[in-house]
Design a protein around this ligand. Structure first.
Ligand code: ADP
Length: 271
């Protein structure tokens, strides 16, 4: 069919006659295709580092040891590739945990300023090679209700992406503020930006604008898919604004019922 609709036709007996049943199975087929793509993507992502590690190990058989000067490189590469597989498996597990079940645990106050302080410290080491100006503009009294572990991955994915996908000596501004009766988080960078045709696909699992570049930064293409699911579970959604050549802004906000504004002197829950 012209609009990719898939119909199933079945002829069945009905009151001593025959009846034709037509069923629209477009969605079923789409889901099946998504499942197949997912399995193919996971296999591909795991196979690439496995091939590298196997290659080095095969080179190292007793009769054919590579010269010692190559050992260091082999060792570093194998560790890198194993870490990549480990991070991929962890991301897959968190995606299936978040995506699968409804959230059972009750919302608890999350100390967002302390969480962002930790992310800021982690960002220092990621930013060493990039030398960006990274600014955190955080309301110290603004907490929200939710799941701390899940929210931490949503906040940090956006911050680390901005650092990774901006050319050296760029600027990244992270903001957590109370605006217009909601708590708003945004990460703005002056990186390369994203072309409009990619924007609506960024939260698909394994979707990357530039696969080679994302791999170099250790990316798996699952970060924004996880972020999207975490936000849905917190009644929020990801907004992406981007202009090619100028930069991007990723943001989300939480409605009043999720916001917890501390008074001066009141102590936050620990993260
Ligand atoms: P990855 O592990 O590849 O970073 P994500 O799901 O976090 O996966 O992001 C998906 C893709 O979105 C990235 O591969 C990259 O192409 C694009 N992207 C994400 N954040 C930015 C950004 N701040 N600037 C430009 N492109 C971005």
């Amino acid at each position: 069919h012209a609009n990719d609709q898939v119909l199933e036709f079945r002829v069945m007996p009905y009151a001593e006659q025959l009846m034709m049943v037509v069923r629209d199975i477009t969605r079923l087929k789409q889901l099946e295709q998504m499942r197949k793509d997912f399995v193919a993507n996971v296999s591909h992502e795991l196979r690439t580092p496995l091939t590298v590690v196997t290659g080095y190990l095969e080179m190292m058989d007793a009769d054919n040891m590579p010269p010692p000067m190559m050992w260091e490189r082999a060792h570093t590469t194998m560790i890198e590739q194993c870490k990549r597989m480990d991070s991929l498996v962890n991301q897959l597990l968190s995606l299936s945990r978040i995506e699968g079940a409804r959230r059972h645990e009750k919302d608890r106050p999350v100390n967002v300023p302390a969480m962002l302080a930790l992310i800021q410290t982690e960002a220092l080491s990621v930013n060493q090679d990039k030398q960006h100006e990274v600014v955190f503009d955080v309301d110290p009294l603004l907490d929200i209700l939710g799941s701390a572990d899940e929210l931490r991955s949503a906040f940090s994915n956006l911050v680390f992406n901005a650092i990774h996908y901006t050319k050296p000596h760029g600027k990244v501004v992270v903001s957590w503020q109370y605006n217009d009766k909601s708590a708003c988080f945004s990460v703005k960078d002056n990186g390369d930006g994203i072309a409009p045709e990619h924007i609506h696909r960024l939260t698909e699992r394994f979707y990357r604008v530039d696969k080679a570049r994302s791999r170099k930064t250790g990316g798996s293409g699952l970060g924004l898919a996880i972020t999207k699911h975490v936000l849905t579970r917190h009644d929020s959604s990801l907004e992406i604004q981007s202009t090619l050549g100028e930069g991007s802004c990723f943001s989300f906000s939480f409605t009043q019922d999720k916001v917890k504004i501390m008074t001066d002197g009141e102590s936050h829950e620990t993260v």
